[in-house]
Design a binder for this molecule. Structure first.
Ligand code: ADP
Ligand code: MG
Length: 683
C-alpha cells in the first residue's frame, strides 16, 4: 500500500471548495496528506490551574463563578468589560477588551473558564478567551495547537480543517517505518503520532508523538543520503591500505600513555576505512584535550607503512611546529621522516622539502596553507589529515586531497557544531567521536572576575609558579587593528614583568617572526617561562601539559567557542587547572557567555549555548545557507537522534532486502516521492 493520502485533493474534505483549496495551496498544502503533516509550531495551554501555583505575568486558564454584575466602559470605538469572578475562594477581576457582546452572558453565579494574562499584584486577568461549561467546553482543559496561518485562513479555521482531516482520513495514515525500528526506539505508531501532534492529551503524549515524528523525519532524510551513497559514492576507487594489526599494536604500546577506550574505538574505525577500497571521508570530533593528535598519528603511521605519504594540515604555524615536533618524536624510532612546510621557510628550505616530497624521501609533511600551493607535489599521497577543520574553507581541504589519487581523508575538529553538523548532514562524511578525555584529567575550574581583582589574579599566578606550574595570559583581541593588539600584549607584558619580578614572563604575538615565535614557544614548552603573555595566536591546538592557569583579559570580547578553545590550552596534564576570565560585569552579553563558561567545560554543550546566544543566523553565517528545513526536527537539539537515524539508515541501505523486499515498499516509495529535501555534498 502506498501513501495515497498525498493523492487526495483537499476538495475531498468537507467544507473545502476550490477557493479555500487555493488559499491552502499558498501555504504549501495541496493534498490531504500535506494537511495532516502540517504540524503546529507550538501549543496554547488551556489546562486549568490553581491560582496558588501561578506566577505573575503568566498566561493561564482558571475556572470560577461569576461574582458580580459586569460593568462596561466605552472609549473611542473601543470597550472594556469588567467583572469579578470567584476562583478557589479568591476574588479575581476579569477584564475583556472589545467583547461587549459578552455582557449579557455574564450572569452572577454562572460558571466560567477564563484564559489570559495574570497580574498577580492586582489579582487581575486580562482575558484572551473565555468559555461557559454549561454551554460548551472546546478548549478548556486542552493543549490547543497553533499553526502558521495566512490569507483568510484563521487559526480557528485551520484547527477545524485539520480536525476534519483527522476524522475523515486519520484511519488511513499508513505506517512507514519498519517494525524493527519502531521496536528498537520504542516509537509509537505513525497514525497515533500524527493524531497526537495535533491533539495532544497532555505534554507527555505530545512529546512522545514529536519524538516519533522527529525520528521519522531525520531517518527519511538520512535514508536518502545513504541510499545515494550506497549507489554512487562507495565506488571502489580508493587506496587500499593493508594494515598490519600487530604492527599497529606495537606502535601504540610504546606511546608514553595508554589509549582511552574512545581513542581505541576511533582508531579502529579509521583503520577499518583505510583497509577498504573506497575513499575514507571521516570526521573526527573530540573536545579540546581529548587526544586527537595521537589518533591522527596512528593513521599516518598506517599510510606510511603501506608505502604512501601522509599530510597534516593545521591552521597556524605554531601548531604546525608543535605537531612536527611531537610526530617527529613518535616516528623517529621507525625511521619515518617528518617535515615542516610553512609560509615562513627560507626559499632554499622550501625547495628542499618540495623535492623530498616529490621524490618520496619525506614520509609525512606537517604544514599550514603552504601545503596547498600549486607547486607542492607528492610521490604518493595516501592520507590527508586536517586539524581544527573549522579554520579552513571547504575548498582548501579539497585542494589538498586532489594532490593525491583519491587519498583517504580524516578531518578533525573540536567544534562539533555547527559546521560539523552541516557536514554531517550534507557531506556524506562518517563521523567518529572521542567521548572521553584521558584518565586522570580533572575538570578545569573556571571563574569570572572583575578587573579590580587583578591583584588576586597575580597572586594566583605566583602560587601556580611556586608549584612549578605555568600560566597563559591572553590579551584582548582588537579586531580592527592588529597593531593595537600587539601593543596591548607588549603593555601587558611590561606590567606583568614589573608586578612579578621574581618570575619569567614571556611574550608572543602575531608580529613576531616565525623563528621568534618558535623560540618563544619552545622555551615555554620546556618550562623555562612561568607566564606567557600572548594574543590569540595560541588559540587553537597548543599543547603544554604543565600549563595549569589560563587567564583571559577582557573575556567579554571573545566568542564562546573561542573562550572554550583558549581554556582548552590548560587541563592537558594530571594537575588541577584553572581558567580565570576577566570580564566587564556591565556587558550583559558578555555575562551570558561567562555564565556558560563557568557552568560547563563540555565543548558540545558550549557549542549548543553559543548557538543559543548568537542565534542560528549569525552562528551559521551565510556559507551554510543550504541548511535543510525540517518540519519538526531541530538539528541542534535533535543532534543525537540525527546520529541514530543515520546509523539506522546506513544499516538498512546496506541490506539487499531493503532494495527488494515488499516490507520496505513504503519506504522506497517515500524515497522516490520526497524530493523536497536534498543537500549538496559539501566537499
Ligand atoms: P586535542 O584533542 O585537543 O588535539 P591532543 O591530541 O593535543 O588533544 O592531546 C592533549 C594532550 O593529552 C597531549 O599532551 C597528549 O599527549 C595527551 N594525551 C593524548 N592521549 C592521551 C591518553 N590516552 N592518556 C594520557 N594523555 C594523553
Ligand atoms: Mg589538537
Amino acid at each position: 500500500m502506498s501513501n495515497h493520502l498525498f493523492q487526495i485533493p483537499l476538495t475531498k474534505l468537507q467544507g473545502v471548495g476550490p477557493q479555500k483549496a487555493e488559499e491552502l495551496h499558498a501555504l504549501g498544502i495541496s493534498t490531504v496528506g500535506d494537511l495532516l503533516e502540517y504540524y503546529p509550531f507550538r501549543y496554547e495551554d488551556y489546562r486549568v490551574r490553581e491560582l496558588s501555583e501561578v506566577k505573575d505575568g503568566e498566561r493561564i486558564t482558571i475556572q470560577g463563578a461569576i461574582a458580580s454584575m459586569p460593568t462596561m466602559q466605552r472609549y473611542g470605538g473601543k470597550s472594556r468589560l469588567i467583572c469579578r469572578v470567584t476562583v478557589d475562594s479568591t476574588l479575581v477581576t476579569a477584564v475583556w477588551f472589545n467583547r461587549a457582546f459578552l455582557k449579557e452572558q455574564l450572569t452572577p453565579g454562572r460558571e466560567i473558564t477564563l484564559t489570559g494574562k495574570w497580574d498577580q499584584r492586582r489579582r487581575h486577568l486580562t482575558v484572551a478567551d473565555s468559555e461557559f461549561p454549561d454551554r460548551s467546553m472546546a478548549k478548556a482543559g486542552t493543549l490547543q495547537p497553533v499553526y502558521s496561518v495566512g490569507g483568510s485562513i484563521t487559526q480557528a479555521a485551520m484547527r477545524k480543517l485539520i480536525d476534519r482531516a483527522l476524522n475523515q482520513f486519520g484511519a488511513l495514515i499508513p505506517e512507514i517505518l519498519p517494525t524493527e525500528l519502531l521496536d528498537k526506539h520504542s516509537l509509537i505508531a505513525r497514525r497515533e503520532a500524527i493524531t497526537c501532534i495535533h491533539r495532544p492529551e497532555n505534554t507527555n503524549e505530545g512529546q512522545e508523538a514529536r519524538r516519533r515524528m522527529v525520528y521519522e523525519e531525520l531517518f527519511l532524510f538520512q535514508l536518502k543520503l545513504q541510499a545515494y551513497r550506497a549507489t554512487h559514492l562507495k565506488k571502489a576507487d580508493g587506496l587500499i591500505h593493508p594494515v598490519d594489526n600487530d604492527d599497529i599494536r606495537q606502535f601504540v604500546s610504546v606511546l608514553p600513555f595508554t589509549l582511552t577506550d574512545s581513542q581505541k574505538q576511533v582508531i579502529n574505525e579509521i583503520l577499518h576505512d583505510m583497509k577498504q577500497p573506497y575513499v575514507m571521508n571521516r570526521l573526527l570530533q573530540g573536545d579540546v584535550g581529548s587526544g586527537k593528535t595521537v589518533v591522527a598519528a596512528v593513521g599516518l603511521y598506517a599510510t606510511v607503512k603501506a608505502g604512501h605519504q601522509g599530510a597534516l594540515m593545521v591552521p597556524t604555524e605554531i601548531l604546525a611546529e608543535q605537531h612536527t615536533r611531537s610526530l617527529g618524536k613518535m616516528f623517529e624510532p621507525y625511521g619515518i621522516q617528518v617535515g615542516l612546510l610553512t609560509g615562513s621557510l627560507t626559499e632554499r628550505k622550501r625547495r628542499d622539502i618540495l623535492a623530498s616530497l616529490q621524490m618520496g624521501l619525506l614520509d609525512i609533511v606537517v604544514g599550514t596553507h603552504a601545503l596547498i600551493q600549486e607547486d607542492v607535489f607528492f610521490r604518493s599521497l595516501g592520507l590527508v589529515v586536517t586539524d581544527e577543520q573549522h579554520r579552513f574553507g571547504v575548498n582548501q581541504r579539497s585542494i589538498l586531497r586532489r594532490k593525491g589519487m583519491n587519498p583517504d581523508v580524516l578531518t578533525m575538529t573540536a567544534t562539533p557544531i555547527p559546521r560539523t553538523l552541516a557536514i554531517t548532514v550534507f557531506g556524506d562524511m562518517d563521523v567518529s567521536t572521542l567521548r572521553e578525555r584521558p584518565k586522570g584529567r580533572l575538570p578545569i575550574k573556571t571563574y569570572s572576575v572583575k578587573h579590580s581583582m587583578m591583584d588576586r589574579v597575580l597572586g594566583f599566578i605566583r602560587k601556580e609558579a611556586e608549584q612549578g606550574r605555568q600560566s597563559f595570559f591572553i590579551c584582548p583581541l582588537i579586531e580592527e587593528s592588529e597593531k593595537l593588539d600587539v601593543q596591548n600584549a607588549i603593555d601587558l607584558h611590561m606590567q606583568l614583568t614589573q608586578a612579578l619580578p621574581e618570575l619569567k614572563v614571556g611574550l608572543l604575538h602575531g608580529r613576531m617572526t616565525a623563528a621568534e615565535k618558535e623560540a618563544t614557544m619552545a622555551i615555554y614548552a620546556s618550562g623555562d617561562t612561568n607566564v606567557l603573555v600572548s594574543t590569540t595566536v595560541i588559540e587553537v591546538g597548543v599543547d603544554v601539559p604543565n600549563a595549569t592557569l589560563m587567564i583571559v583579559m577582557d573575556a567579554d570580547r571573545f566568542g564562546l567557542s573561542q573562550l572554550h578553545q583558549l581554556r582548552g590550552r590548560v587541563g592537558r596534564g594530571e594537575h588541577q587547572s584553572f581558567c580565570i576570565l576577566i570580564a566587564d560585569p556591565k556587558s550583559e552579553n558578555g555575562q551570558e557567555r561567562m555564565k556558560a563558561m563557568t557552568e560547563t567545560d563540555d565543548g558540545f554543550e558550549i557549542s549548543r549555548r553559543d548557538l543559543e546566544i548568537r542565534g542560528p543566523g549569525e552562528f551559521f553565517g551565510t556559507k551554510q545557507s543550504g541548511m535543510p528545513e525540517f518540519r519538526l526536527a531541530n538539528l541542534l537539539n535533535d543532534f543525537e537522534v540525527l546520529e541514530l537515524a543515520r546509523d539506522d539508515a546506513a544499516q538498512l541501505t546496506s541490506q539487499e532486502q531493503f532494495w527488494s523486499s515488499p516490507a520496505y515498499g513504503e519506504l522506497r516509495d517515500n524515497l522516490a516521492r520526497d524530493a523536497k529535501l536534498h543537500g549538496e555534498p559539501l566537499d
